[in-house]
Write a protein that binds this ligand. Structure first.
Ligand code: OGA
Ligand code: NI
Length: 347
C-alpha cells in the first residue's frame, strides 16, 4: 500500500530557486579546533587475499588485520567488481532520486524494518539536527526487495548486491583467520548464510552553506563490513586518532569500513570506525553504502573461542540479537557510537 504521508526531501529544498542559506534545523556545529587532514589510508589488494599462493594470502591477511586494527577502514583494489556495474549502479541511484516528487512517496516506509525505505536526514521523526541528505535503503538479503522503478536499478541491483556479498564473504573468512579462528567460524557463528544486507543509496545535494551543514552525522555502522562507492565527488571523512581524515579513493576502488558487530565479535580487537560525510556547494554527491551484517536472528557476542576456556579473554560485550540492536539503533538519533556503548560491559 502506498504511504499517505510524504517527506520533504532535501533535494527538493536544495533545488528551490533563491535558496541562499540553509534552514536552521540543518545547522550543525563542528568544533572549530577540528582540523581535517589528508591521509594515506591502507590499501588492500583483494586478489592477494583470495590468492592460491599461501605466502601471498598470509601477507594479505596480515595487512587486513593491521588495517582493521589501526583504521577500521581500507581501500579495496582488484576486487573484481566490473567498472560498468559500479558506474551503472551509481547512475541508477541518480535516476531514482531524479524521479518526480509525486513518484517517490510510495517508497516511504511503515517502520525501520520495512524492506524499502526512502527518506531524508537519518530519522526525520526524531532528529534534532537534520542531515543534508536523502536516502534509499533496501533490504536485499536474505530476502531480496527492490523498488520497481527505475528500471535500471531493478536490473542492476541483484548482481551488484550478490557480488558485494561475495567480497564480504571472503573478507569474513580472512578476518576469522586473523582472529586465530578457523576460516568458517565467523560465518557459522553469525549465520552469514542468511546475512542481512542493506543497499543504501545516499544523495547529498549541493548546499549553499556547506560548512554549516553535515551530510551524515558522525556514526559507526551497525553491521560487520560496509562497502562504499561514490560518484566522483568526495565528502566521506573518517576519524582516526581523534582527527577527521578526508577520504579520496583512487578510481575503480571500493571503500570498506568495519562496523559495530565486527567490534563485538572480535571482542574489541577491531573497533568500528566513526565516520561522517561533509557536503559542498558545487556538485551533488551520490554514494552507495552496502551494509553487511550477521543474520537478523543471530545472537551476537564475542567469538566463543576467544572468550572461553582457561586462556580465554573476558568478554567485553554483552550478547544481543542483531535484530534488537538494529531496531534500537535505527529508531533513535544518529549519535556516534552510543548504541555500541550500551552493550559494552567493561572499559
Ligand atoms: C552510511 C554512510 C557515508 C557516505 O550510509 O552509513 O556512512 O560517504 N555514508 O555517504
Ligand atoms: Ni555509515
Amino acid at each position: 500500500m502506498a504511504a499517505t504521508r510524504s517527506i520533504s526531501c532535501v533535494k527538493h529544498l536544495a533545488e528551490s530557486p533563491n535558496l541562499s542559506s540553509i534552514p536552521s534545523n540543518y545547522i550543525y556545529h563542528t568544533d572549530p579546533a577540528e582540523t581535517e587532514v589528508e591521509a594515506s589510508i591502507p590499501v588492500i589488494d583483494f586478489s592477494l587475499l583470495t590468492s592460491h599462493n599461501p605466502h601471498h594470502k598470509a601477507e594479505a591477511i596480515h595487512d587486513l588485520d593491521q588495517a582493521c586494527q589501526d583504521w577500521g577502514f581500507f581501500i579495496l583494489v582488484n576486487h573484481g567488481m566490473p567498472e560498468e556495474l559500479r558506474q551503472g549502479v551509481l547512475e541508477a541511484a541518480a535516476e531514482f532520486f531524479n524521479l518526480s516528487e509525486a513518484e517517490k512517496p510510495e517508497f516511504e516506509p511503515e517502520n525501520v524494518l520495512s524492506p524499502i525505505r526512502y527518506g531524508t536526514s537519518f530519522n526525520a521523526a526524531t532528529d534534532n539536527v537534520f542531515c543534508w541528505r536523502d536516502f534509499l535503503k533496501v533490504f536485499v538479503h536474505p530476502h531480496f526487495a527492490s523498488p520497481h522503478k527505475p528500471q535500471s536499478l531493478r536490473q542492476l541491483l541483484p548482481e551488484y548486491c550478490e557480488r558485494s556479498r561475495d567480497v564480504v564473504s571472503k573478507l569474513s573468512k580472512a578476518i576469522s583467520q586473523s582472529l586465530g579462528l578457523e576460516e568458517t567460524e565467523m560465518e557459522t557463528e553469525l549465520e552469514l548464510r542468511s546475512s542481512l544486507q542493506i543497499f543504501v543509496a545516499n544523495y547529498y545535494p549541493r548546499c549553499p552553506n556547506p560548512e554549516a551543514a553535515m551530510g551524515i552525522l558522525p556514526h559507526s555502522d551497525h553491521g560487520l563490513f560496509t562497502l562504499l562507492i561514490q560518484n566522483d565527488v568526495g565528502g566521506l571523512q573518517i576519524q582516526h586518532h581523534q582527527r577527521w581524515f578526508n577520504v579520496n579513493p583512487p578510481p575503480n576502488s571500493i571503500l570498506v569500513n568495519t562496523g559495530d558487530h565486527l567490534e563485538i565479535f572480535s571482542n574489541g580487537k577491531y573497533k568500528s570506525v566513526l565516520h561522517r560525510a561533509v557536503v559542498n556547494d558545487k556538485t551533488a554527491r551520490i554514494s552507495i553504502a552496502t551494509a553487511n551484517g550477521p543474520s537478523l536472528d543471530a545472537v551476537v557476542a564475542p567469538a566463543r573461542r576467544l572468550v572461553e576456556g582457561e586462556g580465554g579473554a573476558v568478554a567485553v560485550y554483552a550478547a544481543m540479537k542483531y535484530k534488537d540492536y538494529l531496531l534500537e539503533q535505527q529508531s533513535g538519533q544518529l549519535d556516534g557510537k552510543t548504541m555500541l556503548k550500551r552493550v559494552r560491559i567493561q572499559d
